[in-house]
Design a protein around this ligand. Sequence first.
Ligand code: LLP
Length: 471
Amino acid sequence: MVSTQLIVESGLRYLPESGAAKENRSPNQQLLPLTANVNSRDRLEIGGCEVTALVEQFGSPLYILDEETLRTACSQYRDAFKRYYRGESQVLYASKAWSCLAVCAIVADEGLGIDVVSAGELHTALQAGVSPGKIYFHGNNKSREELQLAVESGCITVADNWHDLETLSELGKLGVSSKIGGPTRIMVRFTPGIECHTHDYIKTGQIDSKFGFDPNSLNDVFKFISEQPSLYCVGVHAHIGSQIFELQPHDDLADVIVDALTKAISYGLPATEINIGGGLGIRYTEADDPPSIEAWASTVCTAVVAACKRQDLPLPKLLCEPGRSLVGTACVTAYTVGSQKVIPGVRTYLAVDGGMSDNPRPITYQSLYRVLAAGKMSVPLTETVTIAGKHCESGDILIKDAKLPECGTGDILAVPATGAYNYSMASNYNRVPRPAAVLVRDGKVDTIIERETYQDLLRFDRLPEKLKTQK
Ligand code: LLP
């Protein structure tokens, strides 16, 4: 029996709440994956696998992705939309959060579609076996080549601006069409003019945004599309931002987007879909208190139903495209402590074998994370230390003033909530190879991304002939 005192002061405090049944917990409200557990050796387990043992087997740093948490988040979104919306619905995964074959295949297996923003993400989704009819292609500057690929693949292109529309129209005139048959399906993205509280870099709903059509241009946009025989406009899209804890902006969005759909229909377009974007936040520290997936879905669905009633509109197909809240909580990153620097009376730095190259979020958005000693889960958190990355950059600090038990060289640290925008924004800064990623479930483990090698780092380097002879 563990005493309450110990729970408050050790890494055990970060374990998922034990009250509700596992499948009823909203992953985005947890700090650790749903399967997180501490075994009899006082070690953190994810998906039935000991984190320290995984590091021994697969190396460090290591992204550890918990299949159960990812699948639970998918099914909670999918089921909540079915429960709260009588019309047709489709949840898409915003694959920018983590685009790789395994993640795309898992979310598709759960019945989700995929939102992609580049030919690379489209290629990944298609290679993972996702049906093109469930892929939506976003982006504020798609190249002609990307648009052609989108049209030919049979996915739905989200027209973000006049460049998209004009290029799609030209491609239509040249006879470019879907290889799987059917018309060139598009959606129209516009900026809804809704502000929300989040980091400036991840706000997109405000009028001064690089994404989507200015709402004042929608009449011209719909008129243009109505004159293009090759374009089949299925609906409208808007997204207000990311890591949002408020429900009100999503409620407000419903009216704005249903108005835009009504406008599209008034131009004779066959528009029957609305996509309200993603944006639900997740817990990175105990101070974060996001609404549950269910609360978000119920707010969105109720607001859309009410807006349609006001407009006397039959319920459109309702899409949403969360990224972070699907995959964020499912992953922890394991690191190994190397050097230490103690500045008496000032600060103690513990340096780990990764940093801004595998998690650029702290340096980019000043994001806060928590850290656990994966091999000392019930040892009291007596130390205050700063977790530094290994990169040649003073700002490469993963966690400032972290609470940990006494740790030193060789200890394995686990940073929770690293599934979203970590691997996908990872770099090779300082020529550090990107870590491997493993998928864990019921004590079994699969490599889903190989660790990069030094040879991989040289794959695209070419030495001009004239330099080859130099010694
Ligand atoms: N749909 C659109 C059109 C988006 O632009 C985004 C995110 C999403 C959906 C998914 O949003 P989510 O559910 O993940 O909040 N790198 C930043 C986040 C950038 C978000 C970009 N767009 C970060 O690490 O916080």
